[in-house]
Design a protein around this ligand. Structure first.
Ligand code: RUQ
Ligand code: CUA
Length: 659
């Protein structure tokens, strides 16, 4: 988004005054809501549940937040690409491997586009996939536990933006490179960009049951910028569409140099054809090193394996694999309607909204009516594939979603509005302001054959005066509109975590029945788990001390440990013995250079403590778990380096000698 903001900065400054603030700001917005039954429509009575889950990306927070709609209440921030001290993600020994990459351990990421897995074209609520933009990765979140359970790194890629959208039976998710780069990476002059840099489009296959990701193949495209993508569906199932900009192949001052061409392209990829080429062996195997991190629900531990190569298809050598659809002008969003017939390219700098017809595209391909080629990829004729255009829709179109009733909703960043228009007639039906400068929008089930067209959520980039000020950094925000009538109705503003990019929504009933209540102790295969207090113990191995600890309302076992020395490396392996819903315990140690642990019932987690000072140091439970939570504590006696204090610990008031 930042690049768009820059490239149209001058217009933005002007128009945000004209359109946004001038529109009346918070006063008008809230009066509109007061003048109707808006409050009632978003009111979820105490103890009642919301109708939809919304998974909203955190952008530069690197996380994914879970909200309820229509209330806009925040339930959970799921740590994905950034460490999270609250949940010990990336701090405890078990999850560090989740953030491993070919560049080493990376504590931060930029999360953009969540998408929910699908069965037969409908969101099935099993998994959410989300891309990381900065160090190209895709994560899988398991919707029984709402935890990140897998992250795969994408090699040959940079700025993983056109990602990670799901095909209609969760066959694939994709990862398209925003920045083209030398492939393989090497030391070369930047001014030799043109025709030497490449853009990899990656197809990641998904295992049917587990949803596990596998880098199936890459298509090595010309050195354009691949911005966004969406899968075909229904009649266009088997195809994937990617918007491109910078078909000029500029490498400096892109805001000018990449805005020269009147039209860029949507790249139409026939991935079923790609599968045939792979089967026929028409690929090159390229060496590649990428991390593949998996969290095991039974060992409660993540491990990294390393990918070593990738199958690469060259479109120039694979006829029928890729076609270019000319699309005005630096298109951003690339959206496919629920029927699979219409492909919408939102040209950021275009006066109209271009809609391509899949049927016409196939006919033109059949007739081989091409308008030349680029790097061996046939270019179709704009007029031949055009379904229609929405005239004067607004300024700065970004993204489009659908309500499943024949209407489309497009966001306009510069004119700060959501515009409703009709598929087929292309007429504008309604427009409503957003506060302010909307990026993505989301209708639950939006990327599927079956949208739940009750609400649209606008994800705004700028809030200015909408909320109480909080210094120079003000909150980011979403806005909820009722779309059941002819006209849209603004119902609610609510703040979001980080910068919301895309979001995914789904009826709550599909997910909530599968939500896990706790981890079963008998299934806990963690290497350092102890399942009863009797097994709790302390073991020294040279400088390393391993504490096998349990927690249950409202004590730790052991709770007093003596004989630790300065310079030791002390591992707290802590198992929560509870087998009940909603009884986590936490643990933290004074002076530990890491986060607390927050351990779910049946789970084991580990943190490392390096005692640096002689003394008797307390630890305690960090989660208010019972009436006697404040009693849930213990002490560790630390002696000097080389001291011979015997290693002992207390269990049930009894002092025991360590092994
Ligand atoms: S976008 S800068 Cu999803 Cu419109 Cu990312
Ligand atoms: Cu256990 Cu507080």
């Amino acid at each position: 988004m930042k690049s768009i903001i820059k490239s149209i900065l001058s217009v933005v400054v002007l128009s945000s005054v004209l359109f946004s603030c001038g529109d009346g700001g918070s006063k008008n917005g809230s009066q509109g809501a007061l003048g109707s039954s808006a409050a009632e429509k978003v009111y979820v009575a105490p103890g009642e549940h919301d109708e939809f889950y919304a998974f909203i990306s955190g952008g530069f927070s690197g996380q994914l937040a879970v909200y309820g709609l229509p209330s806009g209440r925040l339930f959970k921030v799921i740590p994905v690409f950034s460490v999270d001290a609250e949940k010990a993600y990336g701090f405890n020994e078990e999850t560090k491997a989740m953030l491993m990459t070919s560049h080493g351990f990376i504590p931060w990421g930029d999360s953009h586009h969540p998408d929910i897995s699908q069965t037969a074209g409908e969101v099935d609520g099993k998994f959410v996939y989300i891309n990381e933009n900065n160090t190209p990765r895709i994560a899988k979140i398991d919707l029984t536990t709402f935890e990140t359970t897998e992250i795969i790194e994408i090699p040959n890629s940079a700025g993983n933006h056109s990602s990670s959208f799901v095909t209609e039976n969760s066959e694939y998710i994709v990862a398209g490179t925003r920045f083209s780069v030398p492939v393989p990476q090497r030391d070369m002059p930047i001014k030799e960009y043109k025709s030497n840099f490449k853009g990899a489009l990656s197809f990641i296959s998904l295992e049917k049951e587990s949803g596990e990701m596998d880098l199936a193949f890459q298509i090595m495209m010309p050195g354009f910028n691949y911005d966004l993508s969406h899968p075909g569906r229904g009649k266009s199932h088997g195809w994937f569409f990617f918007t491109t900009y910078n078909t000029e192949e500029a490498h400096t001052l892109l805001e000018v140099n990449a805005s020269q061409n009147d039209k860029d392209y949507i790249a139409a990829i026939n991935w079923k054809k790609a599968e045939e080429y792979i089967k026929a062996g028409k690929f090159k195997t390229m060496p590649a090193r990428y991390a593949h991190n998996k969290y095991d629900e039974h060992t409660h531990t993540a491990t990294t394996t390393w990918g070593k190569e990738v199958k690469v298809l060259d479109p120039a050598e694979c006829p029928g694999l890729v076609y270019f659809l000319p699309t005005p002008k630096s298109p951003h969003g690339c959206d496919v309607d629920p029927s699979g017939e219409y492909i919408i390219g939102n040209g950021k700098l275009a006066a109209e909204l271009t809609v391509h017809s899949f049927t016409k595209m196939l006919a033109a391909i059949e007739a081989e009516k091409f308008d030349g080629e680029a790097y061996g990829i046939p270019i179709l004729k704009y007029e031949d594939i055009l379904a229609g255009a929405v005239k004067q829709p607004g300024l700065g179109p970004l993204h489009t979603e659908f309500d499943g009733k024949g209407n489309a909703y497009t966001t306009f960043f510069i004119s700060s509005e959501v515009v409703k228009w009709k598929l087929g007639t292309w007429e504008v039906i309604d427009r409503k302001p957003t506060y302010y400068s909307v990026g993505h929008l989301m209708i639950p089930g939006g990327n599927s054959a079956k949208p739940y067209g009750k609400y649209v959520l606008a994800l705004n980039k700028i809030t200015k005066d909408r909320y109480l000020p909080t210094g120079p950094e003000v909150t980011q925000s979403a806005q909820l509109y009722d779309i059941t009538g002819e006209k849209m109705e603004l119902l609610l503003d609510f703040p979001t975590i980080g910068e919301p990019h895309y979001a995914a929504g789904i009826p709550a009933d599909i997910i909530k029945k599968n939500s896990k209540k706790f981890y079963r102790l008998e299934d806990n295969n963690h290497k350092y788990a102890v399942k009863t207090e009797e097994e709790a113990r302390v073991v020294r191995d040279g400088n390393e001390v391993h504490i096998y600890m349990t927690m249950i309302r409202s004590h730790f076992a052991p709770d007093n440990i003596e004989g630790i020395r300065v310079g030791d490396k002390v591992y707290f392996h802590v198992t929560n013995l509870e087998q009940d819903y909603d009884v986590p315990h936490g643990i933290s140690m004074i002076g530990a250079n890491t986060s607390e642990l927050l351990i779910m019932p049946g789970q084991t987690e580990t943190f490392v403590w390096n005692p640096k000072q002689v003394g008797v140091w307390p630890f305690y439970c960090t989660d208010f778990c019972s009436a006697l939570h404040q009693e849930m504590q213990g002490y560790i006696r630390v002696s000097a380096k080389g001291a011979n204090t015997p290693l002992t610990y207390t269990l049930d008031d009894e002092e025991l000698d360590a092994e």
